[in-house]
Design a protein around this ligand. Structure first.
Ligand SMILES: *[C@@H]1O[C@H](CO)[C@@H](O)[C@H](O)[C@H]1NC(C)=O
Ligand SMILES: *[C@@H]1O[C@H](CO)[C@@H](O)[C@H](O)[C@H]1NC(C)=O
Ligand SMILES: *[C@@H]1O[C@H](CO)[C@@H](O)[C@H](O)[C@H]1NC(C)=O
Ligand SMILES: *[C@@H]1O[C@H](CO)[C@@H](O)[C@H](O)[C@H]1NC(C)=O
Ligand SMILES: *[C@@H]1O[C@H](CO)[C@@H](O)[C@H](O)[C@H]1NC(C)=O
Ligand SMILES: *[C@@H]1O[C@H](CO)[C@@H](O)[C@H](O)[C@H]1NC(C)=O
Ligand SMILES: *[C@@H]1O[C@H](CO)[C@@H](O)[C@H](O)[C@H]1NC(C)=O
Ligand SMILES: *[C@@H]1O[C@H](CO)[C@@H](O)[C@H](O)[C@H]1NC(C)=O
Length: 435
């Protein structure tokens, strides 16, 4: 080895982030359950919830921070889970108490309601009691975790490192602490989390497990480097697997990969991907880098993969192309307007034959092809339960410079791997019951 090679190697080794040995050895699994069944009648509720959620995510994106303006957009949107979100159990404290929390790739902070509450919403089990846990410890303001909270929501006072996410009518407020946290069968000491003592309305959950890319998220804190999940389809589908660390491994089938996109001007927590093309049936749509890319100032646009959004939202031009392609390739099918908040809907001709629609493939930078398993769903049924109207599980994104969002319906029956260490998003079609 020449000395210059050695020097380069040394440099590379120094520049690499420290490797967490514990993380490399750990592999564990947990389950995701749909908070409420996504039955045909529920789509309008899912669409309404999505619009709140995306407005919140976009708002937080604009400056890469929580805004302090009086936005009608509510933090509550992350918790508002009438339909469409997923819960995961986490166990907290010594002794361990188990709470279902929303598994959210769109945010970082892990938080649960803590007693004594100034105001807590009704949750499945009584709120966590810090005073009854021997491993609970408040985080001081000098802690680096406290510094990771956006400035606009952080206060330091005698209570400790206080956060106050207040947006319009929805909010959660509390303080940072550390606790023993168990996910699946793996336990971790001293995980930073939010003890929320004042909260807006929640429903069938006890808080949030942030699975985003930021430092406060579950993934970097557990040192596992990557996670994967596979959402089961069907209204009666059971629990879906979520895998962490070495178990989050796509080996079977047609695995495709694309790098996550980094843009320092936008929210660093989100899983941005580079959507470069769409094919409907045999037709490649005329997508350009500006269709789904970041806007020139870097503050708008872009495309994220999100576990908490139900439908898929495409920037208007892209959406129109998709819609027109479906319309022109389903000439013999009757179109119905605006059913249940959706846009492109077809009427079944009866006979239980369903509605034949062309295939949908999303293309990502590097050539990865995502053949979408579920992109039409029945939203009206007759008295026998047969689908009478089916709609595209996609809507145009709202706003001037909207972000596009790939939601969880289009993620079903796919095993998705979020490799944070490698900066790569991978996917393969899968029978999620067997993952
Ligand atoms: C925020 O806006 C809402 C509705 O627009 C209004 O009712 C409320 O008083 C405002 N709050 C503040 C603090 O300005
Ligand atoms: C919770 O969600 C369910 C299902 O959408 C709804 O029926 C119920 O009223 C909600 N409860 C609250 C407190 O919002
Ligand atoms: C959480 O655990 C409880 C039992 O402790 C179980 O009934 C429930 O289904 C679990 N929920 C999830 C989301 O895994
Ligand atoms: C710290 O600040 C929070 C939020 O402003 C407030 O609710 C809390 O009472 C304060 N704690 C003390 C000890 O002043
Ligand atoms: C993924 O799984 C395969 C086969 O089970 C194994 O050979 C490989 O080492 C695993 N990769 C990682 C990174 O754990
Ligand atoms: C539409 O219907 C006509 C007449 O029934 C038929 O010839 C044609 O092949 C059909 N087109 C498609 C795309 O099914
Ligand atoms: C659907 O809406 C379009 C434009 O808004 C209109 O031209 C068309 O007649 C409507 N179709 C039905 C079946 O209502
Ligand atoms: C997305 O991919 C296209 C085609 O490879 C490339 O031109 C563009 O710069 C990429 N955008 C980002 C934000 O990386």
């Amino acid at each position: 080895m020449s000395s210059s090679t050695a020097a380069i190697l040394a440099l590379v080794i120094i520049l690499l982030p420290p490797i967490t040995l514990a993380g490399d050895l750990h592999g564990f699994r947990a389950t995701l359950t749909r908070i409420h069944e996504l039955s045909p009648g529920k789509y309008s509720e899912a669409v309404r919830r999505d619009s709140h959620r995306i407005a919140f995510l976009s708002d937080a994106t604009a400056a890469g921070k929580a805004t302090t303006t009086n936005s009608s957009v509510s933090f509550q949107a992350l918790l508002e889970n009438g339909v469409g979100g997923y819960n995961m159990n986490i166990s907290v404290g010594t002794p361990l108490l188990t709470f279902p929390v929303v598994a959210d790739t769109g945010s970082d902070l892990i938080w649960t309601q803590c007693a004594p509450c100034t105001k807590c919403f009704q949750q499945p089990a009584p709120p966590f009691q810090p005073a009854s846990s021997s491993t609970f410890s408040k985080l001081p303001c000098t802690s680096s975790f406290c510094q990771f909270l956006p400035n606009s929501i952080r206060t330091c006072n005698a209570t400790g490192c206080v956060y106050n996410y207040k947006y319009g009518s929805g909010y959660t407020a509390g303080y940072l602490a550390t606790e023993t946290l168990k996910v699946g069968d793996a336990s971790f000491p001293s995980v930073a989390f939010g003890c929320s003592t004042e909260n807006g309305v929640g429903n069938s959950t006890s808080g949030i497990a942030g699975l985003g890319r930021g430092a406060l998220s579950l993934i970097p804190q557990l040192g596992v480097g990557r996670f994967s999940y596979c959402l089961r389809s069907g209204s009666a589908a059971g629990a879906s697997p979520i895998l962490f660390g070495s178990l989050a491994n796509l080996t079977d089938g047609n695995v495709q990969s694309t790098p996550f996109v980094n843009n320092p001007a936008v929210h660093p927590s989100y899983y941005y991907v580079n959507l470069t093309g769409i094919t409907v049936g045999e037709t490649d749509l005329p997508v350009t880098t500006s269709t789904f890319g970041f806007t020139q100032n870097g503050l708008g646009g872009g495309t994220i993969v999100d576990s908490g959004t139900t439908l898929t939202y495409l920037a208007k031009d892209g959406y129109e192309m998709v819609k027109q392609a479906f319309l022109s390739q389903t000439a013999n099918v009757t179109t119905v307007n605006g059913t249940r908040g959706l846009d492109l809907c077809f009427k079944s001709t009866g006979g239980g034959g369903g509605i034949a629609v062309p295939s949908l493939v999303l293309r990502f930078d590097g050539g990865a092809e995502y053949a979408v398993p579920t992109y039409f769903a029945g939203v009206e049924t007759d008295s026998q339960g047969s689908v009478t109207v089916a709609c595209l599980m996609m809507l145009p994104a709202k706003g001037d410079q909207p972000m596009s969002v790939i939601g969880n319906v289009m993620q079903m029956d796919m095993h998705l791997l979020y490799d944070l260490d490698g900066g790569i998003f991978s996917f393969a079609p899968a029978d999620c019951a067997k993952v």
